[in-house]
Design a protein around this ligand. Sequence first.
Ligand code: F6R
Length: 607
Amino acid sequence: MCGIIGYCGHRPAVPLIIEGLKRLEYRGYDSAGVAFARKDGFEVIRSAGKLGNLEEKLGGLYVYEASAGVGHTRWATHGAPTEQNAHPHTDATGRLVIIHNGIIENYAELKAEMAAQGVTFRSETDTEVLVNLIAKGLDETKDMLQALSWALNRVEGAYAIALQNIDEPDAIYAARKSSPLVMGLGVGENFVASDIPAFLPYTRKVVFLEDGEMCKITASSWSVFQVRDITPVDKEVHTIDWDVQAAQKGGYKHFMLKEIFEQPKVIRDCLAGRLDLSASRVCLPEIENMEIPERLIIVACGTSYHAGLWGMYLLESWAKVPVSVEIASEFRYRDLILDEKDVVLAISQSGETADTLAGIRIAKERGAKIIGLCNVVGSSVARESDAVIYTQAGPEISVASTKAMCSQLTALLLLALYWGEKRGSLDSKLRDGAVRGLSELPGLLEAELPALRGKASQLARKYSEARSFLYLGRGLNYPLAMEGALKLKEISYIHAEGYAAGEMKHGPIALIDPNFPTFALAPVDDLYPKVKSNLEEVQARAGKIIALTGPEAELAVDDPWRVPTPQSPLCSFVFLPALQLFAYEMADYLGKDVDQPRNLAKSVTVE
Ligand code: F6R
């Protein structure tokens, strides 16, 4: 959701910024722009649509002289995704130029106040209001840090900003509150960006800015201050251990496909150091000092929420922990009954999702302990949690989350085993079977993925005219059904609903007809007879059925999709990529933008 990059160094800034913006494309955007200083003022070049449009405009200009500048991909919030609303924005006098990710909630009042003082605005954005407010601060204080502090103390909402002052063209100022911002420290060059891939080819040394902090970078210096009162802040420099390779397509047509095929590795990486095969034990040092919670509340959004629902079944069954799973945007506005005895498990791939973070903060205020289950090292969720279990999935670039969910399921399974063992509630045979099965899972999946893709592609072609799908599952397969439906709708734009199979007769069954196919998750397990009778209800209404099931199933449906089904819950790790690949093949066949679906952002840093 909006990508920011600022550069000060010894290289031509504009090509480097464009390249950085391309590596932030996964965040989702609908317009883009860059700015840099010339002798007579800022050059600001912007365009609606994809970065190619911006590059076309830049093609006709000589842009190689600037060695500092800022660039932005905008995901529209205030005002349509037009060139006029695209960032960067300058203040009315043209002294300052800004890029911004987030929402300034009190922008309307501030705009009215400044308009009354004679400031004219050229866009509909909250960002233009902010840059004018900072310019006003500069008039009053004559100092950039003071101006930033003065203005930012007056705004409400979320922001990550980077800005330049024409009087200091070799410096960039940046600040954050509730939107991600990270500094990259190179040799004779420094960066600020929304995410590390933006500058990863140049440096792995990073400093994570906290909420309420601002920084100044030049080619040879960097410093961090509190926004509140400009006191200097000592920051730790972290070294990132993944490389550019991990953030590239590696021969696959799309990042999504690459990430689906990475799942065997993701499972291996998530298990590494946590699964002691010889002793059939799980070690989770991250939470070894924590008691087993009396009650666990899982808070998350989207795919991470589905992973949480899946985890609930296991945590209740194996570890006997009462669990509720909450959509973060609902949780944050409820009259919550929470106290010190409660533990909140916040699940987030990016670790920057605004609603999940708000949930964490509210739960903390009520005294609950927070465990973060997240992928991005040093992210806000990681930093604000009392303990963090990293899912170790590596960078996920495609907007549609795939391998991250696989890693979340792996980590949740480990957690259920760990607490189940600690409480003594876990049957040892079951535990040994699960541990052995887990260790064999990556190999099994590696062997199976090509066949899954082949079948997914064949089914996608067969069903490509359907405008709606019903996904059905029971137990652990109910959250997977919801996830299958989410994947299909977000990348192929085909409407889909994920339902508990037993709930179908309470409403959705009315929709069934020959043009409304059902995608069933029907492993041969305890619930199989129940799912089978649900499918008969569909068939009685001439509904077509694809059913993911085990090799031994005798299911008389239109398209049985027989796959190896290791003992539950491990079967989910085969069903999940099958669902992902069906959505992928459908979207690709229909010619959709698989990695950057319309209207979606990778990391949803606003409400
Ligand atoms: C779906 C998807 C989203 C995210 C959701 C939460 O494919 O990617 O539904 O799962 O926005 O994001 P994180 O996990 O980063 O908090």
